[in-house]
Design a protein around this ligand. Structure first.
Ligand SMILES: Nc1ncnc2c1ncn2[C@@H]1O[C@H](COP(=O)(O)OP(=O)(O)OP(=O)(O)O)[C@@H](O)[C@H]1O
Length: 245
């Protein structure tokens, strides 16, 4: 195992019946690194991040997250680990019937006890909203906000738990180019302020260019290429160039 890595995926296999999605996939994530995983639709990007937080069981191989063997944890240990790994869903998964404040407090309710919440919830909500530039929306509901704002609120709800790792599932899908760029820049600010490590799964090349320190190309269930965006862009390999065309 790689001692430095805070995520270490080794020889991962995952199939659904005859659909062999991940076939000997390996990758590592270093502390404070933004890693993009790029792949075509259906290549297995979401399956990979679900295996990382054990929302899906793996068939073969091993995954260590924050130096814990994910497959060996009991449910309480898994819950503790998941509190340290923020997950930004493509759908945002916000509750429209609750205000922005309540959405963020809901996140705290699962992981902070009553005394901690009494002492620190208001300040934590405000700081997380300030980080995403939306402190003024605290008493609004997500339904009143634009797509880009909802994405920021979802990120604030992840940030409030101060995760060591954030998994971003297609963070710019469905957003216009200007809003996509703002979200990409926000991902970089979060990395810089909190020194979080992130996996960003995407096929938005602009987002990857802005956010990623390194890119893994997931092709045929494997890590086909692993390099910086700039180097991949210069590659003569036709399967890599396809993504830039
Ligand atoms: N729970 C599941 N049961 C059966 N098949 C699944 C399940 N989850 C994913 N798959 C299959 O695994 C393959 C990879 O899906 P995945 O969602 O990881 O793709 P993706 O790379 O994230 O695609 P997209 O960019 O479109 O989101 C697809 O063929 C999908 O149908």
């Amino acid at each position: 195992m790689n001692d430095e890595a805070i995520i270490d995926v080794r020889h991962l296999y995952k199939s659904f019946g005859d659909n062999h999605v991940l076939r000997d996939f390996s990758m590592t994530l270093a502390p404070a690194e933004n890693l993009a995983v790029l792949g075509k639709s259906g290549s297995g990007k979401s399956v990979l991040i679900k295996c990382i937080v054990r929302l899906l069981p793996l068939d073969q191989g091993s995954i260590e997250v924050l130096h814990e063997d994910v497959g060996a944890l009991d449910l309480d240990q898994l819950d503790e680990l998941r509190a340290r790994v923020g997950f930004l869903f493509q759908s945002n998964a916000l509750y429209d019937s609750m205000t922005v404040r309540e959405n963020l407090e809901f996140s705290l309710r699962r992981h902070w006890n009553a005394a901690q919440r009494k002492r620190g919830a208001d300040a934590a909500v405000l700081e997380a909203l300030t980080d995403v530039g939306l402190a003024h929306t605290v008493d609004m509901t997500p339904a009143e906000l634009s797509g880009g704002m909802r994405k920021r609120i979802a990120l604030a709800r992840t940030l409030i738990l101060r995760p060591s790792i954030i998994l971003y599932d297609e963070p710019t899908t469905g957003l216009d180019p200007i809003t996509s760029r703002e979200i990409s820049q926000l991902i970089v600010s979060v990395q810089q302020k909190y020194k979080t490590a992130s996996i960003i799964i995407s096929h938005d090349m602009h987002c990857i260019d802005i956010t990623a320190n390194r890119v893994i190309m997931l092709i045929d269930g494997k890590s086909y290429a692993n390099d910086t965006y700039a180097n991949l862009r210069k590659s003569a390999d036709a399967r890599i160039q396809e993504f830039f065309d």
